[in-house]
Design a protein around this ligand. Structure first.
Ligand SMILES: [Zn+2]
Ligand SMILES: [Zn+2]
Ligand SMILES: [Zn+2]
Ligand SMILES: [Zn+2]
Ligand SMILES: [Zn+2]
Ligand SMILES: [Zn+2]
Ligand SMILES: [Zn+2]
Length: 508
């Protein structure tokens, strides 16, 4: 056991004014009188009365605190940096009986007592072998408890007898910080040993989340020719992808890429890892800032989501390296919050709208490897074969005009936008598909003199990164422009001719 910096007496005084737990979870706030400390587990209510106590945190980071669940029997002690994560995963943390909303059970106890509770009070909901029977006679919802050697799983069983639907989801109840990630599948069996195997590879997540697998009564009848009894077998497997992911992620510090943390950091709505700012409901269930505007009530407890920031979690996550959200499809990048967002916007493993989606009503989602082929086969007419373009000025009649071309250069594709408005001609290019490579290229526009007077108008601008919007001409210096009157003398036969080229080079 680690030695603490401070005596037991002093430690006992380092308690939160609101929850009475140790001041071991940051940020720590102190009131204007200096006599009330609030810990990071609690919400500071009147923000004007409190300031963050950075100097306390500076010292307290070296103090070894007991786990907040020590009252329930946890013997762990550690410094605040590790403790915040431990308390999230601690096997001594309390929860309500999962069947509370489906029965009159009011049990509340620690995670490691859950198994005993099911054995004593919900014997019928305790499944040893992962198997349970279903029928479609009555609607019902209940949680079954299932455990493997080291792990606990809650199986949510739902029968909708009116529509003949069976749904099931499996929740992995984390008990240690570095617990593994699991897949589950369902096998539907009949009593007389004929069975079909229906595997759905779905991840299980911490208690908050669920990913349902549903079957209709009809489907089961078709697959198993009207069985008398239907047995569902839940099969849990360790998630293989996750292992290789760990190997790929550059290790900054072992605990930083810990998957159990990221299990806890999955937003219950979108399943993406939550990045700051992180919000929470009045009961403390967290939600990411992208989902927050979309919902009014917490998806877990149906409580109100106010603009409450979860500073404890935000503080904790600044220490983490997030795997890119495309890590499941092969991206090896892991970066701190604040940097990973930009990477994800440009990640080569992401899939993106077709660059001609709006013009062509194309609904294809494409990744980097598919995008060039898609354009060359599906939107071939946009490819600029000879780099000279003629624009008949009649087309500009109503004062606004815009068109797109695709330019191929250096085995890459570029989207050229040409527009006319406010008596001005505009050009800009973007490298198609997100990549940092855009800085290597520039656009050159040569206005061709159709008057025979050997005039020359020429401009060069850097290539822009790929954007989802069509706003090519909003930031000065990112596009080429010529006023109509500047190149009026070039125009004969009511035609503007220009050459568009992509060239190598960065502009400093
Ligand atoms: Zn507190
Ligand atoms: Zn603990
Ligand atoms: Zn119960
Ligand atoms: Zn979300
Ligand atoms: Zn909630
Ligand atoms: Zn990535
Ligand atoms: Zn397309």
């Amino acid at each position: 056991m680690e030695e603490s910096l401070v005596s037991a007496d002093l430690l006992d005084k380092l308690r939160c004014h609101l929850c009475n737990l140790y001041l071991s979870v940051f940020p720590i706030y102190i009131n204007d009188k200096g006599n009330e400390f609030i810990c990071g587990r609690c919400n500071v209510q009147h923000e004007d009365k409190y300031i963050r106590d950075g100097s306390y945190e500076d010292i307290a980071q070296y103090i070894i605190f007991p786990c907040a669940h020590s009252v329930n029997g946890c013997k762990q002690q550690m410094c605040p940096q590790k403790l915040a994560l431990h308390e999230l995963c601690c096997a001594f943390r309390k929860l309500d009986c999962p069947n509370r909303s489906y029965s009159d059970c009011v049990w509340k106890g620690s995670i490691n007592k859950l198994r005993d509770h099911f054995e004593n009070s919900h014997r019928a909901l305790f499944i040893n072998d992962g198997k349970f029977e279903i029928n479609f006679n009555n609607s019902l919802r209940e949680y079954l408890l299932f455990f493997t050697e080291n792990e606990l799983f809650l199986v949510k069983k739902e029968i909708d007898s009116i529509n003949g639907i069976f749904s099931c989801s499996v929740k992995h109840v984390i008990q240690i910080e570095d617990s593994k990630k699991y897949n589950y599948s369902l096998r539907i069996e009949t009593a007389n040993q004929f069975f079909n195997f229906h595997e759905c590879s779905k991840r299980t997540v911490s208690i908050a989340n669920e990913e349902k697998i549903s079957f209709s009564n009809e489907f089961i009848n078709e697959q198993l020719s009207y069985p008398e009894t239907i047995i569902i077998n839940v099969i849990i497997d360790e998630m293989e992808i996750q292992k290789s992911q760990i190997a790929n992620i550059p290790k900054i510090e072992d605990s930083n890429t810990n998957l159990a943390i990221f299990n806890e950091l999955e937003c219950p709505i979108c399943y993406e890892y939550m990045l700051p700012p992180i919000f929470q409901c009045l009961s403390g269930h967290s939600i990411c800032n992208i989902c927050k505007p979309k919902i009014v009530f917490c998806s877990i407890c149906k409580g109100n989501i106010k603009y409450t920031r979860n500073f404890t979690l935000e503080n904790l996550v600044t220490q983490l390296s997030y795997p890119c959200k495309y890590s499941k499809v092969g991206c090896p990048i892991a970066l701190k919050a604040g940097s990973i967002e930009q990477h994800q916007d440009l990640c080569e493993f992401g899939s993106y709208e077709c660059p001609l989606a709006k013009m062509e009503n194309c609904i294809k989602k494409l990744n980097k490897n598919e995008i060039n082929r898609h354009i060359e086969t599906e939107h071939e007419s946009y490819l600029l074969k000879f780099n000279k373009v003629n624009v008949t000025l009649n087309m500009l009649n109503d004062g606004r005009y815009r068109e797109y071309y695709i330019i191929k250069f250096d085995k890459k594709l570029f989207k050229l936008c040409f527009a006319y408005f406010d008596f001005t001609f505009f050009w800009a290019i973007q490298l198609i598909y997100p990549s940092e490579d855009y800085i290597k290229y520039q656009l050159e526009i040569d206005i061709i003199d159709n008057s025979g007077n050997n005039l020359r108008a020429y401009a060069r601008r850097p290539c822009m990164p790929y954007t989802k919007t069509e706003n090519f001409f909003e930031v000065k210096g990112t596009y080429i422009m010529f006023l109509y009157e500047q190149i009026n003398d070039f125009l004969t036969d009511k035609t503007l001719s220009y050459q568009a080229r992509v060239v190598n080079g960065t502009m400093m």
